[in-house]
Design a protein around this ligand. Structure first.
Ligand SMILES: NC(=O)c1ccc[n+]([C@@H]2O[C@H](COP(=O)([O-])OP(=O)(O)OC[C@H]3O[C@@H](n4cnc5c(N)ncnc54)[C@H](O)[C@@H]3O)[C@@H](O)[C@H]2O)c1
Length: 385
């Protein structure tokens, strides 16, 4: 196999679509041979834009295509389990966007289906492979800030570039399943269901793959933007099994002018110093002095690290996230299949972050700290009280 021949399922996706299509086109080791989407008009438009001849409205037909080695699933999470299991059973390697699915039991079935079929199962956890997070991870591994004591993450408001704002017709990430308790999988906390794997995976990368013992959520009675009628989570705290390090994530969405930062950022506090890392859409708020993607603060000085990637296609940010992070994850997936090397972020890794996400929502619902290892396979966030 010289190139990995991919079928893209959910190809017309509003948010994930452009970055996957751009990333797939940019990777030499990948050939996009077919696109699939239930939305036939959008499918035709995308196939003709990409010059891809094969089009399928039903993913089951795509799975019968012997010229396809692997599927890239960017359909919504409520179909991830069904499509991923069917793809593995059809002998296709699977790359599936986060969140992996709605329950740990479904996730386990996805892992087992891939194992039985002898195919790879990668989950598209872009934050885990995002360049500033990888740079910080390397500095931490080299001992630059000593032993990790705490991971502090913040989700501030995201600000789109003008071009992205125009593409999204000013409606942002407003696709109906994202705010629906059942379709999102998050019950009254849909945003957290969508975002949880991002924060827990990047925190885990930076903390050195420590296992989380318990999570504790502070819920609030409203969500932001289109999910105002739902509930939200203002803060999550967690402690790692070793009992030494812990973590905290907070969300606050003030207008960008309030500054000084926008998007996602992490501070990793070590015994010798601190790293400040900007993630998705992260950087200085408009009108505030620019900031580099990674800064190390130690011994009374700060050292800035810049990256070669340019400004983001989607966000006002000091680092490139959309497209760059996705190209990084997809090229690792291709290499893993073509060279038969283990995946760094596979179904098992994704299950850890799904478990922490579900445990956080359970903590918000039940008003108590929740042990992640004790999350039952069958627990789902919708219908839970
Ligand atoms: N890693 C990231 O940073 C990142 C960013 C954006 C989105 N995502 C993930 O990507 C996925 C898609 O998100 P989105 O907001 O772009 O979704 P979307 O709703 O805009 O698009 C989903 C597409 O899938 C199609 N679809 C639905 N069911 C299908 C089926 N059974 N067969 C074929 N096509 C089907 C829809 O017609 C639609 O075109 C989600 O899992 C989301 O969490 C990840």
């Amino acid at each position: 196999m010289q190139k990995l021949r991919i079928g893209l399922i959910g190809a017309a996706a509003k948010i994930a679509g452009p970055c996957h299509r751009n990333a797939l086109a940019a990777i030499d080791a990948i050939e996009l041979v077919a696109v699939c989407d239930k939305n036939s008009n959008a499918l035709q438009e995308i196939a003709s834009d990409l010059g891809v001849v094969k089009q399928y409205e039903d993913y089951r037909q795509l799975l019968e295509d012997g010229e396809i080695d692997a599927v890239d699933i960017i359909a919504p999470p409520f179909v991830h389990h069904e499509i991923a299991v069917a793809a593995a059973e059809a002998g296709k390697h699977v790359y599936c966007e986060k969140p992996m699915t709605h329950s740990l039991g479904e996730a386990r079935q996805m892992v087992e289906a891939a194992k039985s079929a002898g195919v790879k199962l990668a989950v598209g956890e872009s934050y885990y492979f995002h360049a500033p997070h990888r740079l910080a991870h390397r500095l931490i591994k080299e001992g630059e800030i000593g032993e990790i004591v705490q991971v502090r993450q913040t989700k501030d408001v995201w600000v789109f570039t003008a071009a992205e704002q125009a593409r999204l017709e000013g409606r942002g990430h407003d696709v109906p399943w994202r705010f629906d308790p059942q379709l999102s999988g998050g019950g009254e906390f849909p945003f957290f269901m969508d975002h949880g794997s991002h924060l827990f995976s990047s925190a885990r990368l930076l903390a050195g793959d420590l296992e989380i013992e318990t999570v504790s959520a502070l819920p609030r009675p409203f969500g932001y933007g289109p999910e105002a009628e739902r509930r939200g989570i203002t803060a999550v705290t967690w402690n790692y099994v070793d009992g030494v390090a812990d973590g905290v994530w907070t969300q606050i969405e003030t207008p960008p002018e309030a500054g000084p930062y926008v998007g996602f950022r992490t501070e990793v506090i070590g015994s010798r110093g601190t790293l400040r890392v900007f993630g998705e859409g992260g950087g200085a708020a408009p009108g505030w002095p620019r900031v580099p993607p990674v800064t190390m603060l130690r011994d009374g000085r700060s050292v800035d690290y810049c990256l070669e990637d340019g400004p983001d296609r989607s966000w006002i940010s000091s680092n490139s996230y959309y497209d760059e992070a996705h190209a990084s994850t997809l090229s690792r997936f291709a290499a893993s299949v073509l060279e038969d090397v283990p995946l760094e972020y596979d179904g098992h890794q994704a299950m850890k972050d799904l478990a922490a996400t579900l445990a956080t929502i359970r903590s918000a619902i039940e008003g108590r700290a929740v042990e992640v290892a004790k999350m039952p396979d069958g627990w789902k966030a919708y219908g839970a009280s």
